[in-house]
Design a protein around this ligand. Structure first.
Ligand code: ADP
Ligand code: MG
Ligand code: MG
Length: 258
């Protein structure tokens, strides 16, 4: 079993123009382990993407206090690639284009980065696994020979993020708004991919603005973020409540002025 614990995390981001730092996360606490699916919900601009980028190690985000512990080891200050080797994966809200690197090349490199240097994945195993996952996600084989995310539609990018996760098999997948911009059919396919990974060796942190996604991927735990911190934890019923009441009901209950 693997664990991921966020303890009293405070994060600032640098404003490129003003050259000043802006405080975004104000003491986030969250604990999860493999075998569990957690959802983070929260209004726009509350710091959900900041949290996911910070867990993964994007250097734009500066941790000023607190810890991110993977199996008890503090990741703060560790580069992104090392965190990936240790079993973290981030499906980004806006996946970047990588011209010159095909999807298949990227996948093989990412898989091999997590294996011993003298034991890369055998080509046949790679192809078999790739075919299986392409099928699962209703993706065309030709997608794998295209440059990573270049000219991909929004829906293709999201499917491709899930393909990467299925192939890389991280201990923890952080999925930042994989539902945004997806129609119902694409949402079903993407959910099928995530649900296929459910099991003792995988945990997911699903970030979403809407409850809809959680009808397809039912979370074990729901966290609500507002004003840069987790303000409430609960089960799937908490997501349903938010759908009915919006965030206003919770703001009133907690007496929050944010
Ligand atoms: P969410 O994902 O919950 O919508 P974000 O983490 O994207 O929220 O953003 C939280 C706040 O931090 C917003 O006010 C946003 O404008 C600001 N912010 C996030 N990233 C950056 C950045 N790289 N540069 C400047 N401001 C940022
Ligand atoms: Mg947002
Ligand atoms: Mg976001």
């Amino acid at each position: 079993m693997a664990t991921l614990e966020i303890k009293n995390l405070h994060v600032e981001v640098k404003d490129q123009e003003k050259k000043t730092y802006k405080k975004i996360l104000n003491g986030v606490n969250l604990s999860m382990k493999t075998g569990e699916i957690h959802a983070i919900m929260g209004p726009n601009g509350t710091g959900k993407s900041t949290l996911s980028e910070t867990i993964m190690g994007n250097p734009k985000y500066k941790v000023t206090e607190g810890e991110i512990l993977l199996n008890g080891e503090n990741l703060v200050g560790m580069p992104i690639d090392e965190r990936a080797r240790k079993g973290l994966f981030l499906a980004m809200q806006y996946p970047a284009e990588v011209p010159g690197v095909t999807n298949a090349e990227f996948l093989r490199a990412a898989i091999n980065a997590r294996r011993p240097k003298d034991n890369p994945i055998p080509m046949m195993d790679f192809i078999q696994e790739l075919d299986k996952n392409l099928d699962l996600l209703d993706m065309n084989e030709s997608m794998t020979e295209r440059y990573l995310n270049q000219g991909f539609s929004g829906g293709e990018r999201k499917r491709n993020e899930i393909l990467q996760m299925l192939m890389i098999k991280p201990s923890f997948g952080i999925l930042d708004e994989i539902d945004s911009g997806l129609d119902i059919d694409a949402l079903r396919v993407v959910s099928r991919g995530v649900n296929a990974m459910r099991g003792a060796n995988f945990g997911a942190l699903m970030i979403t603005h809407y409850q809809r996604l959680l009808n397809y991927i039912v979370p074990d735990v729901v966290h609500v973020m507002m004003g840069g911190k987790v303000v409430k934890d609960g089960g799937p019923e908490l997501a349903k409540r938010l759908e009915n009441e919006g965030y206003a009901g919770l703001r009133d209950e907690l007496g929050l002025d944010i």
